[in-house]
Design a protein around this ligand. Structure first.
Ligand SMILES: *Cc1c(COP(=O)(O)O)cnc(C)c1O
Length: 326
C-alpha cells in the first residue's frame, strides 16, 4: 500500500529504534529524564525561546496553550479551518472554558480583537497554523506574521502558533526557525509528523509560561515517566528536517500531475466525489484521506519514495481522468 493519508503513518527506522533502545531515561514527572531535558533544551534553543515541554501529542500542547493564554470565559481567534477547532473535539471549550471566533485570513484579526467590556468577551489570544493542514500545507508569509505580532503586542494579547509542520514552512521558505520563534509567545511543534518520530510534540515558550503548563499537563493525564525513549526518537527525528525538501518535491510532482499546486508536503484535491475516489484508489493500492464529500488530501513523507509517487500519479490520474503530464 502506498499510504498518502498522512505524514503521521511513518514507522521508526532502524537507526531511530537503536537511538530509542540506547536512551538514558529517568522519571520525567520528577523532571529527571536526561533525554527529555536535552530534547526540550535543544528545541527551545532552535526557536530562540527559554523553555520547552514535551507532550505525547500535538493536541495536548495546543490545549496547554489554550489554558495558559486564555482564562475561562475569554476568547481566542483562530482560522476557520484550524486544527485546534476542527480536530480537537471541542477541547478548548471542554477543558479550557474558552470561547472562540474564526477568521478566514489573518488580516481580519485587526478588526476582530475586542477589549473587555460589560457585554463583550475579552479577546485573549490569536492562534495561527503554519503550515496549514486543511489549506493544503500552505505557508503563512513572514510579513503577515510580523504584522500580527505588532498588532497583538499593541492590543496586549498573545499569539500561539500551531506549528505541527513549522519545519516544512522553514524548509520551503528558508525562514530561520528562530525567526519564526520571534513572532510568537508560544509554539507547538510536532516530532511525529514529517520528522518521523512515533510520538511527541513540544510546547515552546518563556520559562514562566512553560512552568505554568507543567501542572496543566499533569492534570490532563500527560505526566509520563521514562519518556526518554520517545525523546531519543525525537532527537533523532530532528535530523530529518532538511530532507523535508524531498517530500516537498514529491508533493509538487503529484500536484502538477493532477493540475493543482502544493507549497509543502500536502496536496489538497477538490473532486466531485471524494469518498468514491478514496475507495477506488484504495483498491488499487493507494491510500488517501477523504476529509469531506468533495475534499481529498495526499501527504508525502519518509515512507513514500519516488516509485510510490509514480504509482500514485498513475492511479490518481486515471481515476480522475486527467492526462498525466510528463
Ligand atoms: C496533527 C496536527 C495536530 C495535532 O497533533 P497530534 O499529535 O495528532 O495530536 C495539531 N495541529 C496540526 C496542524 C496538525 O496537523
Amino acid at each position: 500500500m502506498i499510504d498518502l493519508r498522512s505524514d503521521t503513518v511513518t514507522a521508526p527506522d532502524t537507526q531511530m529504534r537503536a537511538a530509542m533502545a540506547a536512551a538514558e531515561v529517568g522519571d520525567d514527572v520528577y523532571g529527571e529524564d536526561p533525554t527529555v531535558n536535552a530534547l526540550q533544551e535543544r528545541v527551545a534553543a532552535m526557536f530562540g525561546h527559554e523553555a520547552a515541554l514535551w507532550t505525547p501529542t500535538g493536541s495536548m500542547a495546543n490545549q496547554l496553550a489554550v489554558q495558559i493564554h486564555i482564562r475561562p470565559g475569554e476568547e481566542f481567534l483562530a482560522d476557520v479551518d484550524a486544527h485546534v477547532l476542527t480536530y480537537e473535539l471541542g477541547a478548548a471549550a471542554a477543558f479550557g472554558g474558552a470561547t472562540s471566533r474564526t477568521y478566514r485570513d489573518v488580516s481580519e484579526v485587526a478588526s476582530m480583537i475586542r477589549p473587555e467590556g460589560y457585554h463583550a468577551v475579552r479577546t485573549a489570544a490569536v492562534f495561527v497554523e503554519n503550515t496549514h493542514n486543511r489549506k493544503g500545507g500552505s505557508v503563512l508569509p513572514l510579513d503577515a506574521l510580523v504584522d500580527l505580532r505588532a498588532l497583538a503586542l499593541d492590543a496586549g494579547i498573545t499569539v500561539h502558533c500551531d506549528g505541527a509542520r513549522i519545519w516544512n514552512a522553514h524548509v520551503a521558505t528558508g525562514v530561520a526557525l528562530a525567526e519564526y520563534g520571534r513572532q510568537f509567545d508560544t509554539l507547538m511543534v510536532s516530532l511525529s509528523k514529517g520528522l518521523g518520530a512515533p510520538a511527541g510534540s513540544l510546547l515552546v515558550g518563556s520559562r514562566e509560561r512553560i512552568e505554568r503548563a507543567i501542572p496543566i499537563r499533569k492534570r490532563m493525564g500527560g505526566g509520563m515517566r521514562q519518556v526518554g525513549i520517545y525523546a531519543a526518537a525525537g532527537l533523532h527525528a530532528l535530523n530529518n528536517i532538511e530532507r523535508l525538501g524531498i517530500d516537498h518535491r514529491r508533493a509538487a510532482r503529484l500536484a502538477d500531475a493532477l493540475g493543482v499546486t502544493s507549497e509543502t508536503n500536502i496536496v489538497a484535491l477538490s473532486v466531485p466525489d471524494a469518498p468514491d475516489l478514496g475507495r477506488r484508489a484504495q483498491e488499487r493500492g493507494v491510500a488517501i484521506s477523504v476529509l469531506g464529500p468533495t475534499f481529498a488530501r495526499l501527504v508525502t513523507h519518509l515512507d513514500v519514495d519516488d516509485a510510490g509517487i509514480d504509482r500514485a500519479v498513475e492511479v490518481l490520474t486515471s481515476e480522475l481522468n486527467v492526462s498525466p503530464r510528463t
